[in-house]
Design a protein around this ligand. Structure first.
Ligand code: FE2
Length: 421
């Protein structure tokens, strides 16, 4: 029923924007400047790119920063008209007409009201307060109209709080970029705005390339997980569980937060060398012979050899190789393949070693039943300082005990393949 109301809603938005522009032109006069045409052209060029990612978590439009000099130096009516007719791409012609009409109205109203707010807050003379205030009004009006429009269009639409968090994340980059474009325009007129815009386009292209690279890397991990699952579903569950616990332990030991996502990806590769170990050894139910054990112990070196073939960024490569190559080193120096000792072992590898040991004890294996949690904790305590980093072990035990106190229990070990990425 409420879907039927979207069309009148879209027309109302567009009519309100049009009325706003007419009233504003009548009140402030119709002074035209050729710069408005140039800003319109920049907006139209920009509309073909539309959004840029902010740390892969959210996105913001550059429309507002481009529009901002018009808001600051021309009338609210022009700001509203520019937003309505400058911020659309050819793709929009393929949409149903109510959506096209709604977009014009929502953008026109958001920009017009934002311009009013900017001047009411003191305009260019009070930029530090007027600019954030104007961005806030733009964002609030635009998203408010959008949320209500979605409520009308989609019967299953419901309000999600994370939506507000994403909106908040876009505010700071919008304010910063608006200030930058404002300064470029104030100092070098429209030429400054054009140069700033194209510089931004170049930077954005770089960011998009980084984004594509990250997507490529994730698709590679997914492909590897598929291959791993095909060979050995138990091994894949083990990789998932180790990645899960490694990330939690890394957070608890204040591992640098900007490297957390790399560690998360890298933990999936820790046993990748096992893909080269023969199934007769990997899946053997009984005890391994010394030769078979030696073959099994070659998996860290095989892992590093395997990863050398993969073209990863240097920051990722170092962490991935540390984990794959050193997760069987022991804290007392009796591990393999290099016999590194204590903090000679990279932190990432010490973290993964704890998670790996834990999952080896409590996870299902072809050669034995899972160990009860209390016994596994006691075993961790027994090997701390000899096999594992003692500080990391204590932090890890706290995590496990908290899980139990919270009645969340430890992670449920998946019996079916789960795509966690
Ligand atoms: Fe391993």
């Amino acid at each position: 029923m409420r879907q039927k109301l979207f069309k009148p809603y879209a027309v109302c938005c567009a009519a309100a924007a049009l009325l706003f522009q007419i009233a504003s032109f009548m009140a402030g006069g119709f002074s035209f400047d050729f710069r408005l045409i140039l800003i319109l052209i920049l907006l139209l060029v920009n509309a073909s790119y539309q959004v840029v990612s902010v740390e892969s978590m959210s996105s913001f439009s550059i429309t507002y920063p481009l529009l901002f000099p018009a808001i600051a130096f021309f009338s609210p009516a022009w700001a509203s008209a520019l937003a309505a007719f400058g911020a659309f791409s050819a793709d929009e012609f393929r949409l149903d007409w109510p959506i096209f009409v709604y977009n014009r109205g929502a953008l026109g109203l958001s920009a017009g009201l934002s311009a009013l707010a900017f001047h009411a807050l003191g305009g260019t003379a009070a930029l530090p307060t007027a600019l954030p205030g104007a961005v806030l009004v733009y964002s609030a009006v635009n998203h408010g109209l959008f949320v209500f429009g979605s409520y009308l269009r989609f019967s299953d639409s419901k309000f999600e709080w994370f939506f507000l968090v994403n909106v908040a994340k876009t505010l700071i980059p919008s304010v910063a970029l608006s200030a930058l474009f404002f300064m470029a325009y104030t100092r070098y007129d429209i030429l400054g705005l054009i140069v700033a815009f194209f510089l931004f386009v170049v930077v954005r292209s770089g960011a998009l390339l980084g984004h594509l690279e990250a997507n490529y890397r994730l698709s590679l991990i997914r492909a590897l997980l598929r291959a791993t699952h095909a060979k050995d579903p138990t091994l894949m569950r083990h990789l998932e569980n180790v990645a899960y616990y490694s990330k939690r332990l890394a957070k608890a030991c204040r591992y640098p937060f900007w490297k957390l996502h790399i560690l998360d990806e890298a933990a999936y590769f820790h046993d990748i060398g096992k893909l080269e170990i023969d199934d007769s050894i990997l899946k053997k139910a009984g005890k391994l012979t010394p030769e078979e054990y030696e073959e099994m112990q070659s998996h860290p070196v095989r892992g590093i050899e395997f990863l050398k073939e993969v073209n990863l960024p240097p920051s990722h490569k170092a962490i991935v190789e540390s984990i794959a190559g050193y997760h069987h080193e022991r804290y007392d120096g009796t591990g393999y393949p290099h016999g590194l000792k204590g903090e000679e072992i990279p932190l990432e590898a010490r973290i993964v070693a704890v998670a790996d040991t834990w999952d080896a004890m409590v996870g299902e294996r072809c050669y034995r039943k899972p160990m009860p949690i209390a016994e596994a904790i006691a075993e961790l305590r027994r090997v701390k300082g000899t096999q594992l980093d003692p500080e990391l072990v204590e932090l890890f035990i706290q995590i496990i005990e908290n899980d139990h106190q919270d009645r969340q229990g430890v992670r449920v070990f998946n019996q079916n393949p789960v795509h966690v990425l």
